[in-house]
Design a protein around this ligand. Structure first.
Ligand code: PEP
Ligand code: MG
Length: 746
């Protein structure tokens, strides 16, 4: 425990508490805070900079710099030493500030007189809210004890900022959590909805960051940690008989809960004058800031453990957040991130989902898509701003979220929702009509699914069958490997729900972004191109065999269609098909009924399979183009990477040439072909695929209506003519030509 900081910072915190408890205006409070810190630290200058918006910091109070510069001096994130402190989230401590790289002199502040600079981020749970700065004339570096004291103070300032203690006059001090805020994220699932915020992990509010009785706080902390440890032990006891992998995860979790370093740091914080909950938050905040920057996935996983334990500890200490019965009627879930299992627990009652993290290919995204719930991902810092019950509008088409919108925005949004409702009515009116083009081509529209919960959409959307059933979702949403009996019962239910319509079950496609929580992760540098899908199935055939048996049993004599993911060459297809043949023989031996008809197909997801020997196209009973993967390998553009995934157009003539090549080869072998990647559900793409000769498209249920509506209005020979004209003109993509033409058709 640093000697100086314990007594000094306790004294300082005691005085701060008095200042904060006073009934003065927010600005006056803030002024008092900088005065107290400056005098306690024997520094000529103490200033507080807070974010005005996500990119700009504003000088909000100062002791020592020119008072006229308060609320005038601003800097961008990363600009100068203050901006650097905020951007990096770490301390900048220097004896000679002007000599530092990136130093920026602000003449209006009069800071040229000062030499040393110590900037400490004011952060709460890893989110930087501002910067606390101490400057002196003499060239000196703040000692570790002094820096520690500043960190403690910065923690208290962060809590008080969050609580609105500095609200009042002054542009940068308007109340938090009241103003309208717009978040621009990434589209996860299209659609719009209006509702109220429902936080997945409601913020625990610490109202008492400072204490004057360290012994009492230490006892509270110790009791809470004891309760926490017991609850983790109980979890472990409950898991013991069930699953070895799960036990391993929990053991690691328990190790963290028993970590003496964590405990000691929190006790030091309490000794310095923080309350038990503020100490927990301080360590959580520091760990988040440190570990979230770590490129090591193991460390980042541990961060989640620590985060989770800290949240539990905070709930034990404050009693907040235990009651989850407060869900509004129109809940829009707001979370940093969420696993598919947790999301499924909320069920379809959610009107929308907003995530700070997440990715387009993540499982939560897949679940949201299956449910057609508008989803926006990468909405940075929304959990910091949003409060339970806030009005919120989700524009899943644009990836935009309006939090606490004003009246005008709400009205415009209502109009948009009404327009979409009219479009839905139009789609419903053609639901039972075929997707027949003006030129008489019949396109079979199927849907993608992966959950039992998806199946009711089969009737509702007008899809003719399930062109892709992603079986891995059933593996992903559990915390242990499903048993054969469970799976066969599930496949039976799927076929029952499909009621005679064809379902193409895709065997387990794990690896890459789909990591089973109960399987040891592979440390692969390039997982999308690594040990995944059928490669795992063939190398470790136990699970594949079990799944094939479950599919055969689940079919209970009905026709069965199975396809293997990520087939890259004919030998893989033959090996996988041999597993199916063996499974069938085994069922016959055991006297079980076998399907009336078995179709065994392959997903074409790598360019190489498009150029496989002719016999491959003859041997496969059907082929489905997995455009999501095929595109990422064709363009060498990671489908998970927001920077590159939209860079190359699906309607690029080179990609269309590949698709056409596959269409021709399947036609020559008389092998049915479908397209089941996301692009099949985009009306313009669907049109172009149909114009090239594709006759089966499988998509999200919500896309069936728009695609059918479009197909029924066009003549494919005209679409093809537009595409050919664009190609002849030398266009890289046919999108412009087809879209321009469409304007006059629909
Ligand atoms: C694809 O790659 O297009 C596909 C349908 O499979 P997934 O998205 O599940 O990888
Ligand atoms: Mg795929």
């Amino acid at each position: 425990m640093p000697e100086r900081s314990e007594s000094e910072s306790r004294k300082l915190l005691g005085r701060l508490r008095e200042a904060l408890a006073s009934h003065s205006e927010g600005q006056a409070r803030l002024d008092r805070v900088v005065d107290l810190i400056a005098s306690s630290m024997e520094a000529e200058v103490c200033s507080i900079y807070l974010f005005r918006d996500s990119e700009t910091l504003e000088l909000c109070a100062t002791q020592g710099l020119e008072q006229d510069s308060v609320h005038q001096t601003r800097m961008r994130l990363g600009e100068g030493l203050v901006g650097r402190t905020a951007k990096s989230g770490s301390i900048v401590n220097t004896a000679n500030a002007p000599a530092e790289k990136g130093f920026r002199y602000m003449p209006e502040t009069g800071e040229e007189r000062y030499s040393s600079f110590c900037g400490v981020p004011i952060q709460r749970l890893g989110d930087v809210l501002g910067v606390l700065v101490v400057q002196t004339k003499t060239e000196r570096i703040m000692t570790p004890d002094e820096v520690y004291a500043l960190e403690i103070v910065a923690m208290v300032i962060a809590e008080m900022t969050e609580l609105g203690a500095f609200v009042g006059e002054g542009a940068a001090l308007s109340a938090l959590h009241q103003k309208p805020v717009i978040f621009r994220g990434t589209v996860g699932q299209e659609g719009t909805s209006a509702g109220r915020v429902y936080l997945h992990e409601p913020r625990v509010v610490v109202t008492n960051p400072i204490s004057d009785d360290p012994e009492k706080e230490k006892a509270r902390l110790n009791d809470a940690v004891e309760t926490l440890r017991k609850s983790v032990d109980n979890m472990l006891l409950g898991a013991r008989s069930v699953d070895v992998e799960q036990v391993q995860v929990l053991e690691a979790y328990r190790m963290f809960a028993n970590s003496s370093g964590w405990m000691r740091r929190m006790q030091d914080d309490v000794q310095s004058g923080l309350s038990a909950e503020a100490a927990v938050e301080k360590e959580q905040s520091l760990a988040r800031a440190r570990l979230s920057k770590s490129p090591d996935p193991y460390l980042r996983e541990r961060l989640h453990d620590l985060d989770d334990l800290s949240n539990r500890l905070l709930r034990i200490l404050t009693g907040q957040g235990e009651d989850r019965t407060d869900m509004p009627d129109d809940p829009i879930l707001v979370a940093r991130n969420i696993g598919p299992g947790e999301l499924l627990e909320y069920g379809k009652k959610l009107r929308g989902i907003i995530l700070e993290e997440g990715s387009v290919g993540s499982h939560a995204t897949i679940v949201a898509r299956a449910w057609a719930i508008p989803l926006v991902i990468n909405a940075k810092s929304i959990t910091r701003e949003a409060l339970n019950g806030d009005t919120i509008l989700v524009d899943g088409d644009q990836g935009i979220v309006h939090l606490r919108p004003d009246e005008t925005v709400q009205n415009a949004f209502r109009d948009k929702i009404a327009m979409q409702a009219r479009a839905q009515e139009r789609y419903a009116s053609i639901r039972d009509l075929p997707a027949e083009t003006k030129c008489g081509a019949l396109i079979s529209l199927q849907m993608n699914a992966g959950l039992i919960a998806d199946l009711p959409s089969l009737a509702g959307s007008g899809a003719e069958g399930v062109g892709l059933f992603r079986t891995e979702l059933q593996f992903l949403i559990r915390n242990q490997m499903p048993k054969r009996g469970e799976l066969s019962a599930l496949y039976d239910r799927v076929l029952n729900a499909a009621d005679g319509r064809r379902v193409a079950f895709r065997t387990l496609d794990i690896g890459s972004d789909k990591v089973l929580p109960y399987m040891k992760p592979n440390d692969e540098p390039n997982p999308a191109m690594g040990w995944r899908a059928i490669r795992v199935g063939l190398d470790k055939p136990g699970v594949l065999r079990m799944q094939l048996q479950a599919l055969l049993r689940g079919s209970a004599g009905r026709p069965l269609a199975v396809m293997f993911p990520f087939i890259t060459q004919i030998s893989e297809f033959r090996d996988a098909k041999a597993e199916m043949d063996k499974a069938v023989e085994r069922e016959i031996r055991l006297g079980h009924p076998i399907p009336a008809k078995i179709e065994v197909g392959a997903m074409l997801e790598t360019p190489s399979l498009a150029f496989a020997p002719d016999v491959f196209f003859e041997e496969a009973d059907f082929i489905s183009i997995g455009g999501n993967d095929l595109k990422q390998f064709f363009f060498a553009a990671d489908r998970e990477n927001e920077r590159v995934r939209r860079r190359y157009d699906t309607l690029d003539i080179s990609f269309l040439a590949l698709v056409k090549h596959v269409i021709d080869r399947c036609a020559a072998a008389d092998t049915p072909l479908s397209f089941c990647g996301e692009d099949a559900g985009r009306p313009v793409e669907a049109l172009c695929f149909a114009a090239l000769g594709l006759r089966t498209l499988s998509m999200r249920p919500a896309s069936v209506g728009p695609v059918k509506h479009m197909l029924r209005r066009v003549d494919l020979t005209e679409v093809k003519a537009m595409m050919d004209a664009a190609i002849a003109k030398g266009d890289q993509s046919v999108r412009r030509a087809v879209s321009d033409w469409l304007v006059y058709q629909v």
